[in-house]
Structure formats: structure tokens, C-alpha cells
Ligand binder design. Structure first.
Ligand SMILES: [Zn+2]
Length: 260
């Protein structure tokens, strides 16, 4: 993909990334509970004091307040600044890879969805339908507007990715008599397939299994998890999808270049 060296673009995307990250923190905390993301305004979870605009400036307010609530001095969760920084970093890298083009809007919305899914899945082990539906409402028209591949590639990608996870769910239910993956992962792959197309969908599933498997082994070896304990798969799918979206072609070329 075209690589942008437009510093101005990256700074703007970085600043918006921090703000979007701040919003995604709210989404990950409120959507699983079925609360509105806009009302009521943010309050301190400990003393319920309404937060001022200056308390909500991403990352900087956390540093300025030294990680404590201005009113009751309770510790503010590190999830807030980390979620904001992560979102900004991923968006800047995405913008750097895509450059200033119609595809950039798709890339930004896609990253926002992947971060929201990761934060909620890590916290609640669920991927709320609402996050996927709202993302799809943006991503369907955006993909119709900007489509480096043919439409059928994206449609088949959506069916293939979700279909393969659905088959895994059915098989693990019949053979292992337990839930290997959730329906949320299956629905997530509909959105991912629609954005990345067939080849990158397959690569997403491969990378997610590979990275998830490595981390799983690491967790079992270090006794942070037991064999058979449930580990959310959404974050690995999200990471795999992001890598495949930006570097899928390069990775596949490299891989097949090595073996053919
Ligand atoms: Zn407080």
C-alpha cells in the first residue's frame, strides 16, 4: 500500500485518535450494560462527581491529575489513558499505511471497531451486537464507496470468515461438548470479512489462531490460566484483522515467495 509521509495528516489522525479512544472507553464500559453512550455525562465511578471537560482531555488529564480523581482522590483506572493511546497509535499507523485517500475513512472506522471489540471482550468476554451493527452501518456504505477489490470479494469474505467460525462452534459443541468460541466472534468475522476481503479473511483466522495459541501456551506455562479455561478470542481476531488489513498482501507475498 501507498505509504504516507504527510506529518500533518498523522498529527491530525493522532489527535482524533485520542478523542475517539476516549469515546471507545465509554463505549466499552457502557454498551455491555445496555447504557447510553451519550447520557448521562461522565462521572467519577467512586464519588459520582460530574467530570468537567478539562478532566476529560485524553491522556493529558490523567497525567495532570496524576491518575487520581480531582474530587475524591480515588485512583483512575489505567484503562482510560492506555485505551486512548492504543487507539491513537493504531490509527496513526493505519493512516501512515493508507495515506490520504477514500480508503482512510474505512480504515479509521475499522480500527475504532476493533479497539471497541477488544476492550469489551477483555472486560466482559462479550462482543456486543450494538458495536458491530453501528460499525456495519458505517462500513457498508464506506466499502461501496471505496473498494480496492471487487464487491464479490468482500461479500464472500464476510460469508467465509463467519461461516468458518460457525462451523468451528458447531463442531466443538458436538465433539467436545463445550463452547470453543462465541457467536460474537462469528458475527465479528462478518464485519471483518466485509472490510478485508477473502484472502485477508483467511489470513486473519490464521494469525488469530497462531497468536492466540502462542499466548494461550504462555499463560498455561506461567500458570496464569489452566488448560481448557476460557480465553476471549475477540482480541486475537481483532489483532489478526488489523495486521491482515494493512499488510496482508505483503505477508502473503513473502510467505509464498519463500515456499514456491
Ligand atoms: Zn471521584
Amino acid at each position: 500500500m501507498f505509504v504516507s509521509n504527510d506529518i500533518g495528516l498523522l498529527v491530525v489522525v493522532g489527535c482524533y485518535g485520542l478523542l475517539i479512544g476516549s469515546f471507545l472507553n465509554v463505549v466499552s464500559l457502557r454498551v455491555p450494560e445496555g447504557h447510553s453512550v451519550v447520557f448521562p455525562p461522565s462521572t467519577c465511578p467512586h464519588c459520582q462527581h460530574r467530570l468537567k471537560a478539562v478532566d476529560l482531555v485524553p491522556v493529558f488529564s490523567y497525567i495532570w491529575l496524576r491518575g487520581k480523581c480531582r474530587y475524591c482522590f480515588s485512583k483512575i483506572s489505567l484503562q482510560y489513558p492506555l485505551g486512548e493511546l492504543l487507539t491513537a497509535l493504531l490509527m496513526v499507523i493505519t493512516a501512515q499505511c493508507i495515506g490520504w485517500s477514500s480508503e482512510l475513512a474505512t480504515g479509521i472506522v475499522f480500527v475504532a471497531m476493533l479497539v471497541a471489540v477488544t476492550l469489551t471482550d477483555l472486560r466482559t468476554m462479550l462482543i456486543p451486537d450494538k458495536i458491530l451493527l453501528v460499525s456495519m452501518a458505517f462500513l457498508i456504505p464506506l466499502r461501496i464507496w471505496s473498494h480496492p477489490l471487487g464487491y464479490s470479494d468482500y461479500m464472500i469474505g464476510a460469508l467465509l470468515g463467519s461461516g468458518m467460525i460457525f462451523a468451528l462452534i458447531v463442531i466443538s459443541f458436538w465433539i467436545l461438548k463445550k463452547e470453543g468460541m462465541g457467536l460474537g466472534d462469528c458475527k465479528l468475522m462478518i464485519v471483518v470479512g466485509w472490510v478485508v476481503g477473502i484472502k485477508a479473511t483467511l489470513l486473519t483466522l490464521f494469525l488469530a489462531s497462531f497468536i492466540g495459541g502462542l499466548v494461550g501456551i504462555l499463560l498455561i506455562v506461567t500458570k496464569r490460566a489452566e488448560r481448557g479455561s476460557y480465553i476471549p478470542f475477540g482480541p486475537y481476531l481483532a489483532l489478526g484483522a488489523w495486521i491482515s488489513y494493512l499488510w496482508g498482501d505483503a505477508l502473503l507475498d513473502w510467505y509464498f515467495g519463500l515456499y514456491i
